[in-house]
Design a protein around this ligand. Sequence first.
Ligand code: NAD
Ligand code: ZN
Ligand code: ZN
Length: 336
Amino acid sequence: MKAAVVPELGAKLEIRELPVPEPGPGQVLVRMEASGVCHTDIHAAHGDWPVKPEPPFVPGHEGVGVVEKLGPGAGLHGVGERVAIAWLGSACGTCGHCVSGWETLCEAQQNSGYSIDGAYAEYAVADDRYVVTVPPEVSSFEAAPLTCAGVTTFKAIKVSRLAPGETAAVFGIGGLGHLALQYARLAGARVIAVDLEDEKLDLALDLGADEIVNARRRDPVEAIRAYGGADVSVALATSSQAFDQAYGALRRGGRLVCVALPADGRIDLPIFDTVLGGKSVIGSIVGTRKDLADVFALYAAGRTRIIAETRSLDDVNVCFDDVLAGRVPARLVFEF
Ligand code: NAD
Ligand code: ZN
Ligand code: ZN
């Protein structure tokens, strides 16, 4: 099978011919139909984070395809069923986090395309219990961006407790941001979109943003304060400065939801303002299998839109360059 492999951290990816993996106990073999490019895959290939993946590895955690073979003991999903392979490749299922609805915090979790091989390949094996069924109304091409960008921002809006009538500022209208702003609107909020690229902000308007701020031309803190400030800021831009701005844009009682993971990311948090202003800083990591099922159902009900472009796996390095340059319409998706 064809796969894109990170040969060493920081190196260009290589397209290699690998054997089709055999599903082990409790695993399914998935024949990939679509696989999205999340900015996390770029961080993974570059080794941007304190916990590093071990090369060689296959990135990708927005994988959607058809179950082709069952390993011993698998059977929750049948042969022929379409499933999504998300960042949460597996978890222990028994720890306090797992049994309290916070499987995404499990200390024993495996992560697709990071600690285990992922979805930048024609086939992948995955844990039968952690793949999520894709409903027939959602195509594989659409399901791919929902599998990380969708579930992550859906969860981020949930943990922000964004309420109808509040104002949400979304920093970064990329793969995640284009969905975050739609979930914020579904929560009944007024939405202010912030990015550096005019094309991304045009997209934000098209998707229903109420205000846009180009952070290259205007100070987003001043601009958002002039609009009354944000009850919730969602930080989706790969820049520490954007996190400081997202915090600075908050009104009293505001909540900053940290989602992006810039290399060496730090927030400069003023304690006095946080205390007197009753502000919260919340970290949010992907979402559960149930969150993803909800995300698919919302899409199937026509409540969200996916903006994405098809690319070939052979062009993976060009894709990374284009994402880093902000040249892509929200999401790139490999189709097989
Ligand atoms: P992306 O590259 O598609 O989008 C990032 C957007 O931010 C782009 O539109 C870019 O133009 C914009 N941007 C960059 N610098 C900015 C700045 N200073 N101010 C405003 N906008 C700016 O990336 P993505 O796939 O949406 O991922 C975003 C981040 O979220 C990555 O760091 C990724 O690793 C992380 N992520 C986190 C989780 C999680 O569960 N916490 C899940 C998925 C991705
Ligand atoms: Zn656990
Ligand atoms: Zn992701």
